[in-house]
Write a protein that binds this ligand. Structure first.
Ligand code: FES
Ligand SMILES: [Fe+2]
Length: 378
């Protein structure tokens, strides 16, 4: 049954399939706790979720954890090299099994010491030898889908979800084009941000460069805006420019591995991937809802070595100290504005050429949200 909030309300304007004729999603989609709750099952518990990088699971016994709303997931590398993912919960009385990341031969529950092999089988349960009808095989960890894609590790709680690679279409070819050495990247650094806005405000903001000339003077100095283009394609959109200035106010670089300019992608529902010009690099900015008006962002850098060179450090500092604060300031202001009684919806600004200023990729994302929630707004 649909929530009344997901139906058109009096005063709403239509959200349409055609971007140029559509209003944006009503404000309540960014504010209402019931819609926030609905997104968990409708979006996050059935979509591929970025969980980490293969370089964090490079040896047998390594494990990492990730949190998808209330669902904690552990990902392990077994001795035969296989990748496994499980709900991070002990099958005895439900204690969380492990936290953070690490290396272990067995996953041992801190409560009563049930221990599990890295492939999820219950290995030992103390004091159970006398028990009748107790079959250890029935108490394996509950597995979830896991997939490695260009070194990134994704999990999906929906057992029926199509493989990420299948859903992602040409994304792999595009990533390899812009970052040919992507298979050799290793995890280097994480920056985190606690943002006072709904997660979708941050995604909307990523998806258009209408604001770049106004709000990002160093970014428009770095990339060739005349060739900046957004293209939407299934579960992702790409945002590229075919040139970049080596001497920009953002950071300086010698023409290197990434000579073409700049590329970034949005991957449904909450991941953005970036390749900056200069020496080989790729970064993942994951936008993690932590409340209707609160979001945690993790920005993870993957580089040829875990210690960045001077040039890569400059790019990282630009992103952390300039671009991210600029965008976060915009998004927190939008969140405050969405609470105003003086605003409910705007229009997507679309031009015929789908130029660097066009907001078609924002509509592409919002339509995915509307469809996933089965909202009737039109
Ligand atoms: S809850 Fe894990 S061993 Fe008891
Ligand atoms: Fe921005």
């Amino acid at each position: 049954m649909s929530l009344p909030l997901l139906q058109a309300q009096s005063g709403d304007n239509p959200f349409r399939d055609e971007p140029g004729r559509s209003f944006t999603m009503p404000s309540r989609f960014y504010l209402d706790p019931e819609i926030y709750e609905r997104e968990k099952d409708a979006i996050f518990y059935r979509s591929w979720w970025f969980a980490g990088h293969k370089s964090q699971l490079d040896k047998p016994g390594r494990f990492i954890t990730t949190q998808i709303h209330e669902q904690s997931i552990v990902i392990t590398r077994t001795t035969d090299g296989a990748l496994n993912a499980f709900y991070n919960v002990c099958q005895h009385r439900g204690h969380e099994l492990v936290s953070g990341s690490g290396s272990a031969r067995l996953l041992v529950c801190p409560y009563h010491a049930w221990s599990y092999d890295l492939d999820g089988k219950l290995r030992n349960a103390p004091n159970t030898a006398d028990m009748v009808d107790f079959d250890k095989c029935a108490f394996s960890l509950k597995s979830v889908q896991v997939e490695e894609f260009c070194g990134f590790v994704f999990v999906n709680l929906d057992p029926d979800a199509l493989p990420f690679r299948e859903q992602a279409g040409d994304l792999e070819a595009e990533l390899r084009h812009y970052c040919p050495s992507i298979d050799n990247m290793v995890y280097a650094h994480r920056h985190s941000y606690d943002v006072a806005s709904n997660w979708k405000v941050l995604i909307d903001n990523f998806l258009e460069c209408y604001h770049c000339g106004v709000a990002h003077k160093d970014f428009v100095n770095l990339v060739d805006m005349k060739t900046y283009q957004s293209q939407t394609c299934g579960i992702y959109s790409s945002h590229t420019s075919q040139g970049a200035s080596v001497n920009s106010s953002a950071f300086k670089f010698e023409k290197g591995d990434v000579e073409f300019g700049y590329a970034a992608w949005f991957v449904w529902p909450n991941l953005t991937i970036w390749v900056y010009p200069g020496e080989a690099n790729v970064s993942a900015l994951q936008i993690i809802p932590s409340g209707p008006d609160r979001t945690i962002e993790h920005l993870d850098w993957f580089l040829p070595t875990s210690e960045p060179t001077k040039q890569l450090k400059d790019a990282m500092v630009y992103m952390d100290e300039v671009l991210q604060p600029e965008d976060i300031g915009l998004c927190e202001s939008v969140q405050r504005g969405l609470r105003s009684k003086g605003y409910n919806q705007g229009r997507f600004v679309i031009d015929n050429d789908l130029s660097e200023l066009s907001e078609h990729a924002v509509h592409h994302f919002q339509k995915m949200v509307v469809d996933a929630l089965d909202a009737r707004l039109g």
